[in-house]
Design a binder for this molecule. Structure first.
Ligand SMILES: Cc1cc2nc3c(=O)[nH]c(=O)nc-3n(C[C@H](O)[C@H](O)[C@H](O)COP(=O)(O)OP(=O)(O)OC[C@H]3O[C@@H](n4cnc5c(N)ncnc54)[C@H](O)[C@@H]3O)c2cc1C
Length: 375
């Protein structure tokens, strides 16, 4: 006897940035007919998802994020590994920890952060503790900085990925699965609701900062927080893992990608200015890189890019059902890559089972629509 299985509901996704692509692939794999509307052209690499450094650093981010974000980041690390292993196109993914460095005059900041990280590990025992390194241990772990720094801290669990490869691999899978991809097709909530009246199913609003007008009237306005990065090609530098330089004015990181490419980032400026990287920021980014390794002096500047992180007042992500089966997924701030798979799994659970257990367990704020729950 054949068992009746209902056809998975159609889904319209607005925005093919990070969350739009992650959710698109996850839903298409589960058999949902997916339609995706993206405002930019398919070749445009200007969205936050492209500009990001894609560091996956739950403990390092505990310095600026609350415990639930750290928990989501921990959950996401093995999920990234699984997802990337399942994609047809290769995506560089590394989980060799983060190295923290500082100059002698900034030692007090290293002490302060060590305390923050120790408290975070107490709260979340699944986290591996930060390890202080003396000069010898530092030289053994990261020989290229030996001699320049006498001590450091190692955060062993952390990782990073190549976001350009990831976004392309997700797009390739969407195309291969026959997803209806509409590029250069800006769409607002009104049009999305009209689509839902015609097709039924779900609307997932993943427009990042592009959704700003729809949040303006709520008690949670969405704003952009400017970030700038430098992409460098430095054949003379062999940093093996993401490295953060503690500094009172410009605390920055260097994320080594493949083949001696490095992303140095990121500034964090309370501004929605999307113009080019400022001279001051470029100087800070390049100074930080040079301070970590003099080999960056001969690096070639491949690109300087700026974008804005979509941010809510409390710097927390939020999934909000603004109308039955219409989810606004936003506020990922500087943690989209860190927590993306956690948010994706929680949204999938709600779409497929009407359950928000995973969101609750992870501490992801999830506001279901009262009308939808009552139905
Ligand atoms: C400089 C910088 C560095 C960062 N570094 C890191 C990092 O190291 N680690 C980390 O975890 N996170 C990092 N982030 C944050 C991360 O990039 C974001 O959190 C993430 O991209 C947010 O994902 P999203 O899908 O919500 O939005 P986005 O990735 O911005 O995607 C939104 C998409 O919606 C599209 N869109 C907008 N309006 C419309 C419309 N009307 N119709 C259709 N489509 C529309 C946009 O074109 C875009 O493609 C960084 C961000 C920046 C700017």
């Amino acid at each position: 006897m054949s068992v009746y299985r209902p056809q998975p509901a159609p889904v319209l996704i607005l925005g093919a940035g990070l969350m739009g692509r992650l959710l698109g692939v996850a839903l298409a794999r589960s058999g949902h007919p997916v339609t995706l509307h993206e405002a930019r052209a398919a070749t445009d690499q200007g969205a936050a998802a492209w500009v990001a450094a894609a560091m996956l650093a739950p403990l390092a981010e505990a310095a600026v994020a609350e415990a639930n974000v750290v928990r989501m980041g921990l959950y996401a690390l093995p999920r990234w590994r699984e997802l990337i292993a399942s994609l047809q196109q290769p995506v560089y993914f590394q989980q060799d920890g983060t190295l923290i460095l500082w100059h002698r005059q900034d030692a007090a900041e290293a002490t302060r952060l060590s305390r923050v990280w120790a408290q975070t590990v107490q709260q979340l025992p699944e986290l591996q503790a930060a390890q202080p390194l003396d000069a010898q241990q530092l030289a053994a772990l990261e020989p290229s900085v030996a001699g320049h720094f006498q001590s450091g801290i190692y955060l062993p669990q952390e990782g990073q990925l190549d976001n350009h490869q990831l976004l392309q691999a997700l797009q390739a899978e969407l195309e291969q699965r026959g997803t209806a991809l509409h590029w250069s097709h800006p769409t607002g909530l009104e049009q999305a609701l009209a689509w839902q009246r015609q097709h039924g199913g779900w609307v997932l609003d993943c427009r990042g900062l592009g959704a700003q007008p729809d949040w303006a009237a709520t008690e949670r306005p969405l704003r952009g927080v400017r970030g700038e990065v430098a992409c460098l090609y430095a054949p003379g530098v062999t940093l093996q893992r993401p490295t953060r330089l503690l500094h009172p004015r410009y605390p920055l990181y260097i994320a080594p990608k493949q083949d001696h490419f490095f992303v140095v980032g990121a500034t964090q400026i309370e501004s929605e200015d999307l113009s080019e990287v400022s001279a001051r920021s470029a100087l800070e980014l390049l100074s930080a890189a040079y301070a970590v390794h003099p080999g960056f002096g001969e690096a070639r500047i491949v690109g300087l890019q700026s974008q804005c992180r979509p941010t809510l007042l409390d710097h927390q992500p939020l999934v909000r059902e603004c109308a039955p089966q219409v989810l606004q997924i936003n506020g990922l701030f500087r943690h989209g890559y860190l927590i993306g798979p956690a948010v994706c799994d929680a949204v999938l659970e709600y779409v497929q089972q009407r359950s928000h257990d995973l969101a609750q367990g992870l501490g992801l704020r999830f506001e279901p629509c009262a009308a939808a729950l009552a139905a």
